[in-house]
Design a binder for this molecule. Structure first.
Ligand SMILES: [Zn+2]
Length: 461
């Protein structure tokens, strides 16, 4: 009996260390989304998380381990040395009592429930990632009288609306270059529909929404709709991003060309190369971007000091916020370069940028998707559209509509339809939905929702 009890105790100790890590880091119990993110994390994220844990969480690990060591000795003494009926029941009572915290933290996210949610998501991916092989959008388009066009869906990482000086109210100049772009429209009231990349991306690349998230397994990504109308399609992504991991690479399979780059600064040059080789081109670009802990920037972007990473003297709000804003300066440069690349093609060209989700920054808590109570900063993110002079000439009515709707409430459900409509593509009448494109005359207002970290609970916004 002693061996069984000690084995359970070791499991409880491991669970305590995991929960302590998230309680200290995110002030919340471990969620399914986090477990899944840890399993699928790339080396960049793993290093950052490990670094953070080593810096701040290790004292808690030592205290927890020592407490469990003491309890282990007590259980051994009760069951082996003392070995009376009362002593054995006492040992069992201690073990059961220690299990209570893992069963209770909210019936919706006990550790067992969260692990079951992760297992369900992984099973789904393994079972369904090839379900879309026979799917077709049957897309059609009324082509403008031009030979060369290029459309880009640009996906950011953890960019929150509130911190962009482009919005006209943030007092730090985080987007000086984008701020100078004419023909760039920023939507003021766009919400993401998930706070984790693994949930957000499938809903941006297909027409799946929060209430039918798993439907995306049966559909091809938006690249297929472009291919069907004669476009060459490409994915240019940072190699540490989602579509380059073994669980989510099924999202990359509908592109003609897939380019994984080792640094975000190589995304615009890759786009430029693709544009030289293809007359009709659709590209999805995906950045490593502004993921915590905000190290993705160059030295000359360190405008606000002290920076959490460059000057890690103490753990404080300003250090985190400064590091985040410094990383936004870098994002501004990269996105501006992407727009300039498109401008230089002198084609009918349009670019739609959204961030997969936002970011919550505080002295003790940092990140996104860690709780079942996300803050507005985690889902109020930028939707931006830039169009070339040639595009404006070819589609004046679309540009007018785009500008008219810029302060209306829209969300990630509008992205798939807007990108198709941006290129004048319509899909099979049984699938086509009206009023979900920001390029249409009327945009349907629909309730906005968020898919929470377990991948099934939906929160009304
Ligand atoms: Zn993300």
């Amino acid at each position: 009996m002693c061996v069984v009890l000690l084995t359970v105790l070791i499991a409880e100790c491991v669970a305590t260390l995991i929960e302590t890590t998230t309680l200290v880091s995110y002030e919340n119990w471990f969620t399914a989304g986090e477990i899944f993110a840890w399993i699928t994390a790339n080396r960049f994220e793993t290093n950052d998380i490990a670094d953070y844990c080593l810096r701040y969480v290790w004292p808690y690990w030592i205290v927890c381990s020592l407490i469990y060591l003491g309890i282990g000795v007590l259980v051994w003494w009760l069951t082996v040395v003392k070995n009376t009926l009362l002593a054995r029941y006492t040992a069992i009572g201690i073990i059961v009592f220690l299990a209570v915290p893992f069963a209770l933290p909210g019936v919706t996210n006990s550790l067992a429930n969260e692990i079951a949610c992760v297992a369900r998501q992984i099973r789904n991916i393994e079972k369904h990632q090839n379900d879309n092989d026979s799917f077709r959008y049957n897309s059609v388009r009324q082509e403008p009288a031009v030979d060369k066009e290029i459309y880009v869906l640009s996906l950011g990482e953890s960019v929150r609306y509130k911190n962009l000086s482009l919005n006209g109210t943030y007092n730090r100049e985080t987007t000086p270059l984008l701020g100078k772009q004419t023909d760039l429209v920023l939507y003021s009231d766009y919400y993401a529909n998930a706070t984790l990349t693994q949930h957000a991306l499938p809903m941006l690349l297909t027409d799946a929404q929060t209430d039918d998230f798993e439907q995306h397994f049966g559909k091809k990504t938006i690249a297929a709709a472009f291919s069907e109308t004669g476009f060459k399609t490409a994915l240019v992504s940072h190699r540490a991003q989602l579509m380059n991991n073994g669980y989510h690479d099924y999202l990359a399979k509908n592109f003609d060309t897939v380019v994984f780059v080792k640094h975000d600064s190589l995304i615009a040059p890759a786009l430029s190369n693709l544009a030289k080789k293809n007359d009709k081109l659709f590209v999805v670009t995906h950045y490593l971007g502004n993921h915590m802990f905000y190290t993705n920037r160059t030295e000359d972007c360190l405008v606000w000091r002290p920076d959490y990473n460059a000057d890690p003297k103490t753990k404080s709000d300003s250090l985190f916020l400064n590091a985040y804003d410094n990383s936004l300066r870098y994002t501004d440069r990269l996105l501006n370069k992407e727009i300039e690349t498109l401008k230089q093609t002198h084609r009918v060209a349009a670019w739609l940028f959204v961030s997969d989700h936002g970011e919550y920054i505080s002295p003790k808590v940092s990140g996104h998707g860690h709780t079942y109570h996300p803050t507005k900063e985690e889902y109020h993110v930028p939707l931006m559209v830039w169009y070339s002079d040639e595009y404006k000439e070819a589609h004046p009515e679309k540009v007018v509509n785009l500008i008219i709707h810029k302060d209306e409430p829209v969300c990630a459900d509008h992205v798939f339809w807007s990108v198709l409509d941006m290129a004048n593509i319509r899909i099979d009448s049984t699938l086509q939905q009206e009023g979900l494109s920001v390029f249409e005359e009327e945009v349907k207002y629909k309730g906005r929702t968020l898919l929470l970290p377990d991948g099934k609970t939906i929160m009304e916004l």
